[in-house]
Every structure is written in structure tokens, then in C-alpha cells.
Design a protein around this ligand. Structure first.
Ligand code: FAD
Ligand code: NAI
Length: 490
């Protein structure tokens, strides 16, 4: 081995060691200081994680150094607090893969503390649920609802700026039995529960002496909701059946049945007709039954009650029901909106202006699924909004600092008697005003990168903005989640 190769190898190994050590032990952070302005971020999902990652805490220090000595810089630096009932970020697009056991739960989460630990300034993370927001006194009441509680489990946190990024919760429409007997597909615990129930159904069907009727019931999986969640989950269930169950349970695999129930006339209403037709024909080939114009009226422990297109009622025996019937606003969001009855009238979520500020409120921003905008409630929108808000907060910090500087200069001006000194202060006031005019807050602009949904059998449908639906049909290949996935465009 030559000398240069050896040096190269050592240098490579050294760099690798340095990077891994820096990742594991990121070093000291600027201290959390409660006297500073506070940004409270509610949630650890797509919106808040994108905001946290993009928020340049160094910038705040740089901004601080711009201060004139007449201001108290400490007061104008910001601290951030993240509040969420779970201390991790969940990569939701891969949740159905966890539900069928092809991915491990750990592989689709990232610790929020890992992200905050790598920020320049310390960020306080509180594992708790925001119960209520007091927009007058600018406080959030948070409660630790985890199984293990200490002597203190409720706290009021004051904020200067509040970011609502609490997402949405599952909409059950009050249909009897959904909450009690159906599995959901929203949180990590839902996917783990579904996987357990699915496997239990199969093992129970394999129990010796089970009647044929009971085997058929246990192996019947019903997915409710033909939106992207229900479609992707049905596709994953089908793949699991084809790829794994056929070799593990050869005597049962042919008896497993998947039914997708949708109240509307078609599945995936947000996609074009061609993509809907393609999905339906793929499901037909995969032997997944689609029942459209059919509404679930009740979920029982071992069956699901349906209202058929002709309004007759039918009861389908089944082993498992997965509810993917859509989302609604969380209680904390609804309660906050109720405090602004004039401005907050949209039932879908918090109404915001072009800068993502909650209409009617002071210092509150809303991003992601808890807000009502003209965009679909997707991860793509939430993460772009989070990144935008990170940039905005830096601009707001600059503006706040300049405003405070101006205020201090104006006070100083009234105290000064010397003409020369007053002239200098006036010049500084003018310069500050000019600087303030340069701080521009640009409205949020969403850049749609297309929609993609996995439909099973290594196929996915994609609705891309540059395709305009006129380019005919395309089939491409690419790697998605360790699989070669076939994609179909219209
Ligand atoms: P979330 O990501 O849901 O985060 C909300 C956060 O708030 C969570 O951390 C939660 O714990 C926390 N929280 C809840 N209540 C409180 C409270 N009271 N106080 C404090 N914190 C609270 N979108 C796509 O664009 N592409 C996809 O492929 C895609 N696939 C999906 C697959 C599945 C199975 C699901 C369920 C959704 C999928 N989505 C996808 C939609 C996407 O996940 C959501 O649009 C996105 O999560 C919204 O981000 P968010 O930050 O608003 O909310
Ligand atoms: P959704 O609201 O899109 O779909 C729910 C479906 O359930 C609706 O079509 C509704 O008609 C149906 N439904 C409701 N009640 C019913 C009943 N009683 N009986 C029969 N059908 C009933 O909800 P989904 O699929 O959870 O998606 C939520 C959001 O997350 C969407 O904005 C979606 O774009 C996004 N998402 C995106 C994905 C992607 O881009 N790949 C994947 C998953 C979700």
C-alpha cells in the first residue's frame, strides 16, 4: 500500500470518527434563559420538526450583537420550548409498513431531543399535552398525561410567540363501535396495535379445529376509507399476504380477504380519473374488493354494519376493521378557535393570514393539519410551512430588536440636552427606521411537488404538477423504502 493511500485512509477514518462523535456528543449549547423572549412550539410532527430543524438559533445571537448599548440584548433573544405528548417525530408515510410488520417501529421515528440537542441554543422539550391556550395572558397550560407522573404534572408556560402545530385527530363521526373495536392508522401505537391484531387473527384462524366459517371471518380484513391512508394500507396488506404469508401459512393465505369500504362514489377523490381507474383495476387484480357508495354505520367486535348503495343494511363478518375515515381538529385547537368566534369560523381548522398568523389572535401562528388553508393537509405542506416560519421568526426577531432599539433611542433623545449628541441620536433613529423598512416579511408560498400514493403490488400512482394530466401514461422505476416501486402517472 502506498504512502498516499495510507494517509488517505487515516484521514477518512479520522473524519468519520469526528463526524460520528460530533453527532453523538454535540458539545455545549448556549444556555436556556427564561428572561429572554419565548417561542413555544406545540407538537413534534411534520410542521414543528421542520420548523425546529430550519430555525437558525445562531442567527439570534448574531442579531443580538447588532444591538446598541442602550438596549438590553438579553431581553430580545429568544428561547424555544417544544411541547408534545410524544418525544419523537413520526415519519407517517411509512406507518402502513409498520402496521404489517415489514418495517420496525424504531426505523420510522426520530427523537425530538436529538434534533434540539444539535441546535446552537438549548431548546426546552416538555413531554406533555397542551390542554388550553390563554391568548389574553399569553400562556399555555400543559399536562403530563403519560402513565408515570411526578408530583407536578400541570404547568402554565408563558409565551411571546406560540406556534400551533398539533396536527389533527381521527374523525369517527360518533359512529358506534369505531372507537372501541376498530384499529386506527395515525400514530405509531395504532400501527403496532394493528400488526398485533392482524397476526392474532391469522394465528387464531390456524388454531386446530376452527370451523370454516370462523376461519373466513377471522381472515377477512376490512379497511374503511378510500382516501390515501386506506388505499396505502390495503396495498401494504396485500403485499404482506403475497410476499410473506403465502410461505408462512400456505394453507390459510388463499382464504385471506381484504375489503375496502368507501362512502363516496370513488376512492382517492383528490387524484385524476385516470389514476383512480388505474388504482381500482390494480386492486381488482390484487383481489382487494372495493365497495364504493357504501357507508359504515357500526363496528362490532366481529363484524361491520354497512349501508349499501341501495340503502339496505348488511353485516359483514370480519376479524379486523381498520378505520381510515379522515381527520378532525383536536380539542385544544377547537377551544382556542372558540375564543375568536368572529374570525375563526372554518370547521376544518385555524384560519390564518398569508403569513400563517392566526386571524384575530396576537403572536399565534398555525401550521400543518391544525390550520385551514387552501392546501391539502399533507406532510409536504406542513414541512414547507414549518421551514417558512423558521425564516419568518428570524425576520421577526430582527424587526423586534430594531423596534426596541428605536424605542430606547427615542427615550434617550428626550433626556439629552446637548445639541450635538441629540443630532447624533436623530441620525441613529433615522438609520434604524431605514433598517426597519428593509426587514421584509414575505407571505408564505407553497410549492407543490406532486402527490404520490403506494397502491401495492410494487406500484404507486403519482400526480405531478408538471404532468398536467395530459401527458398520457408513464411507468417509471425508482427505489422507495427498500423496494423497487412501479409508478404510474396520468
Ligand atoms: P403531525 O405530524 O400529526 O404532528 C402533530 C404533533 O402534535 C404530534 O407530534 C403530536 O404528538 C402533537 N400533539 C398532538 N396533540 C397535542 C397537544 N394537545 N399538545 C401538544 N402537542 C400535541 N402526507 C404526505 O404529504 N405524504 C404522505 O405520503 C403521507 N402519508 C401519510 C400516511 C399516513 C398513514 C398518515 C396518517 C398520514 C400521511 N400523510 C402524508 C399526512 C401527513 O402525515 C400529515 O399531513 C402531517 O403529519 C401533518 O403534519 P402536522 O405537523 O400538522 O401534524
Ligand atoms: P381522507 O379524508 O382523505 O379520506 C377518508 C375517506 O373515508 C373519505 O373518502 C371518506 O369518504 C371515507 N369515509 C369517512 N367515513 C366513512 C364511513 N362511515 N364509511 C365509509 N367511508 C367513510 O383521510 P386520509 O386517507 O386519512 O387522508 C388524510 C390526509 O392525509 C389527506 O389530506 C391525504 O392527502 C393525506 N395523506 C396523504 C398520503 C399520500 O400523499 N401518500 C397518504 C396518507 C394520507
Amino acid at each position: 500500500m502506498g504512502r498516499t493511500t495510507l494517509i488517505g485512509l487515516f484521514a477518512g477514518a479520522g473524519t468519520f470518527y469526528y463526524i460520528t462523535q460530533r453527532e453523538r456528543y454535540p458539545g455545549s449549547q448556549l444556555p436556556f434563559d427564561e428572561t429572554k423572549k419565548t417561542v413555544v412550539i406545540l407538537g413534534s410532527g411534520w410542521g414543528s420538526t421542520s420548523l425546529l430543524k430550519a430555525l437558525d438559533t445562531t442567527e439570534y445571537n448574531v442579531v443580538c450583537q447588532l444591538f446598541s448599548l442602550t438596549c438590553n440584548p438579553a431581553k430580545h433573544l429568544w428561547t424555544q420550548v417544544v411541547v408534545s405528548p410524544k418525544n419523537f417525530f413520526l415519519f407517517t408515510p411509512l406507518l402502513p409498513s409498520v402496521a404489517v410488520g415489514t418495517l420496525s417501529p424504531r426505523s420510522i421515528i426520530q427523537s425530538t431531543r436529538y434534533i434540539t440537542r444539535h441546535k446552537t441554543r438549548g431548546v426546552s422539550v416538555i413531554e406533555a399535552e397542551a390542554q388550553s391556550v390563554d391568548p389574553v395572558n399569553k400562556t399555555v397550560t400543559v399536562t403530563d398525561n403519560s402513565p408515570i407522573k411526578g408530583a407536578t404534572s400541570t404547568k402554565k408556560i408563558p409565551y411571546d410567540y406560540l406556534v400551533m402545530a398539533v396536527g389533527a385527530e381521527v374523525q369517527t363521526f360518533g359512529i358506534p363501535g369505531v372507537q372501541e373495536h376498530a384499529c386506527f392508522m395515525k400514530e405509531l401505537a395504532d400501527a403496532e396495535r394493528m400488526q398485533k391484531q392482524f397476526m392474532d387473527c391469522i394465528e387464531t384462524a390456524a388454531f386446530p379445529g376452527q370451523s370454516e366459517e370462523e376461519v373466513q371471518r377471522l381472515l377477512h380484513m376490512v379497511v374503511v376509507g378510500g382516501g390515501p391512508t386506506g388505499i396505502e394500507l390495503s396495498g401494504e396488506l396485500h403485499d404482506f399476504l403475497e410476499d410473506d404469508l403465502k410461505s408462512w401459512y400456505p394453507e390459510l393465505a388463499s382464504k385471506i380477504k381484504i375489503t375496502l369500504v368507501e362512502a363516496l362514489p370513488s376512492v382517492l377523490p383528490m387524484f385524476s380519473k385516470q389514476l383512480i381507474d388505474y388504482t381500482e383495476s390494480t386492486f381488482k387484480e390484487s383481489k382487494i374488493d372495493i365497495m364504493t357508495k357504501t357507508m359504515v354505520k357500526e363496528v362490532k367486535p366481529d363484524s361491520v354494519v354497512l349501508q349499501m348503495p341501495d340503502k339496505s343494511i348488511q353485516e359483514l363478518p370480519c376479524g379486523m376493521v381498520v378505520w381510515a375515515g379522515g381527520n378532525k381538529g383536536r380539542k385544544v385547537t377547537q377551544d382556542l378557535m372558540a375564543k375568536f368566534p368572529q374570525e375563526q369560523t372554518n370547521r376544518r381548522g385555524i384560519v390564518v393570514d398569508d403569513y400563517l398568523r392566526m386571524k384575530g389572535a396576537d403572536g399565534i401562528y398555525a401550521i400543518g393539519d391544525c390550520s385551514a388553508t387552501s392546501y391539502a393537509p399533507t406532510a409536504q405542506v406542513a414541512s414547507q410551512e414549518g421551514a417558512y416560519l423558521a425564516r419568518m421568526l428570524v425576520q421577526i426577531a430582527k424587526k423586534d430588536q430594531l423596534e426596541n432599539k428605536l424605542e430606547a433611542l427615542e427615550i434617550e433623545q428626550t433626556k439629552i440636552e446637548d445639541d450635538e449628541a441629540r443630532k447624533r441620536i436623530v441620525e441613529e433613529i433615522d438609520a434604524t427606521r431605514a433598517q426597519m423598512a428593509k426587514v421584509k416579511l414575505r407571505p408564505f408560498h407553497y410549492s407543490h411537488q406532486g402527490s404520490l400514493a403506494y397502491i401495492g403490488s410494487e406500484k404507486a400512482i403519482a400526480d405531478l404538477p408538471f404532468m398536467n394530466g395530459n401527458v398520457g401514461f408513464f411507468v417509471i422505476f425508482w427505489t422507495w423504502s427498500e423496494m423497487l416501486t412501479r409508478c404510474y402517472f396520468a
